[in-house]
Design a protein around this ligand. Structure first.
Ligand SMILES: [Mn+2]
Length: 382
């Protein structure tokens, strides 16, 4: 026997073992870091006494602040990791219920966290699908999108994030996210952080099918979408331009005055009517479309003879409207329940004014009751 070879074998083996255990240690460390990042955000509070009792939205030129600091390095690490995670998943997700579906959030971080996550339970307690539009308009785009991205890396099977039209370079440069990154990281002269988020957005999945019956996307259906196989031909990373399938998936709206498809008054993409929806259902075996993209007063709204449901999850949108937020909970047998919530802002002020001194630091906790309850069944074909 050649002892030299044998000892080399032994070395290789123990080398591999060390590799494995190092990798395991590194994975555990990353998990721990992600969990502490999520904990930090789940515990964040507003620091400005004035804004706390008003609303988390920008008001009279004052921008509210949280009592936590975001570390640029940490954000970058989460972006790089979640980008890999998105690339491991298909562009069209196939998901199973039970699952909670949320629509547009638009940087309303406290509404998301306090009214929704704390009520329903964060992942992995609950499985979530988000329909996009995490950033822009609200004061906390960075917290909103990054908390969800961190949850995606840590609990990839319990949270799924679709892309909205605001998860595109051209849109979030204009409507708040770019300015927020600049304001909060003024030393980042080349906008590296903002650019890195665009790389993440360019890898996000576009749509999902739940239980083979419920089609979920940010905007709507497309005249060009005739087969699921089309999703396999979408190569990521990709930006979204102003024409075609990807554009419709994040920009289209339902319209009760239209039968099939017509040009959208938005000046981009199309509106779709009931016949278009029925053709889509017949062609692809779908029984319900769930989408976000429009600020609806009750937090949810049906169109196309209840075949299309809009879910909007930013209550008191921009601090200017008094709309409710909606959440769709889908049970294992595809029973759908819509919950609606008020925001943490103006209503919280009313309650604290009523003398709830003890809860003043968290005025929203006492405003949790479900305001409305709706339930209907999707007719399942046997
Ligand atoms: Mn939108």
């Amino acid at each position: 026997m050649n002892t030299g070879v044998r000892s080399r074998d032994a070395l290789d083996k123990s080398g591999k073992q060390t590799d494995k255990s190092n990798r395991r240690k590194a994975e555990e460390r990353i998990k721990g870091e992600l969990e502490s990042f999520i904990r930090k955000l789940m515990g964040a509070k507003l620091i400005d006494e004035k804004t706390k009792t008003l609303t988390e939205n920008k008001q009279n030129g004052s921008i509210p602040e949280l009592d936590i600091k975001l570390d640029q390095k940490e954000l970058k690490e989460i972006c790089l990791r979640v980008r890999e995670q998105f690339m491991l998943e298909p562009v069209l997700l196939k998901l199973q219920a039970p699952i909670c579906v949320l629509g547009d959030l638009h940087g309303q971080f406290l509404d998301l966290r306090v009214k929704m996550m704390e009520k329903l339970g964060p992942p992995p307690k609950q499985k979530y699908l988000f329909l996009g539009d995490y950033v822009d308009r609200g004061a906390f785009s960075l917290e909103t999108v990054t908390m969800l991205l961190a949850m995606k890396v840590r609990y990839p099977k319990h949270i799924y994030l679709l892309r909205g039209n605001h998860e595109t370079r051209a849109v979030n440069k204009m409507y708040g996210f770019f300015d927020e990154c600049k304001r909060r990281f003024p030393d980042d002269k080349k906008n590296e952080l903002w650019t890195l988020y665009q790389h993440v957005f360019n890898c996000m999945p576009m749509s999902a099918v739940i239980g083979e019956k419920i089609f979920c996307t940010h905007g709507g259906i497309s005249e060009d979408l005739l087969s699921w196989k089309q999703f396999d031909r979408i190569n990521r990373p990709t930006d979204i331009t102003d024409l075609g399938l990807l554009t419709d998936l994040v920009w289209a709206d339902p319209c009760n005055e239209t039968k099939r498809y017509e040009m959208s008054p938005r000046g981009i993409s199309m509106v779709f009517g009931q016949t278009a929806v029925e053709d889509f259902f017949a062609n692809l075996g779908i029984e319900l479309i769930v989408r976000g993209h429009q600020a609806v007063q009750e937090g949810y709204e049906f169109s196309a003879d209840k075949k299309c449901l809009t879910i909007f999850s930013a209550p008191a949108y921009c601090g200017e409207q008094d709309n409710l937020a909606g959440i769709l909970a889908i049970s294992k047998n595809l029973e759908c329940i819509i919950y609606t919530f008020k925001g943490v802002g103006k209503n919280a002020a009313t309650i604290t004014a009523g003398g709830q001194e003890k809860d003043a630091a968290h005025p929203w906790h006492i405003l949790l009751p479900i305001l409305q309850f709706h339930q209907w069944h999707i007719p399942r074909q046997m």
